[in-house]
Design a protein around this ligand. Sequence first.
Ligand SMILES: C[S@@+](CC[C@H](N)C(=O)[O-])C[C@H]1O[C@@H](n2cnc3c(N)ncnc32)[C@H](O)[C@@H]1O
Length: 218
Amino acid sequence: MEILTKYFADFTPTQLQQLQALEGLYKEWNEKINVISRKDIDSLYLKHVLHSLSIAAIFDFQPGMQVIDIGAGGGFPSVPLAIFFPEVQFHAVDSINKKLTVIQEVAAGAGIPNITTQHTRAEQITNRKFDVAVSRAVAPLKDLLSWSKHLLNKPSEVRKHFGAQATEDMEIPAGLICLKGGDLAQEIHDSGRKPFIWPINEIFPEEFFNEKFILQVK
Ligand SMILES: C[S@@+](CC[C@H](N)C(=O)[O-])C[C@H]1O[C@@H](n2cnc3c(N)ncnc32)[C@H](O)[C@@H]1O
């Protein structure tokens, strides 16, 4: 937990309670349904929660925004982001249903009301649009872009959530925002797009974040 308050000073008492509850809930549910490697569970707050919240260090999601987490697994990055942005609605989808049970149980146990789940492949959703798609460790950029294309509102639509305060320099959270690691040159080349890239170790200098990046394609 200290690793979170080191970087984010303004959690409300409710957020602190929710964040604290994650440890016990993920330990309990990860025993039943493996969503986090067993060796990583002791570093839950660094490797999963803070990693997910790197998105919140860059992007200020606005109340009323709708965000889809593609391939959410056990809820990363959507569960920490739902705690961070209680007025934003998160929709976690995964093609493996039992992983979504972990999200449902964690959300119920920690009292996180603003996250829903759906058992589906992202590319099969046809009846809904979102302001932003987030994703961690799911598929090459090219695939994420093709799966999310039909799901996303236009950046001009997303801008409306920012009202008069939106300026050209603001990091508007629109399009696909994904967490990726390693050498991304080939993957970016294959995508045919030029993502904005933020090295996470410039935000959080912990060694774990070396070679980890936030990518955004609007
Ligand atoms: C390596 S796990 C990552 C889970 C989570 N995002 C995390 O970082 O802990 C990748 C997940 O993506 C899901 N997945 C892969 N392709 C998908 C698709 N087309 N639509 C929805 N989920 C998908 C898999 O079922 C798996 O749970």
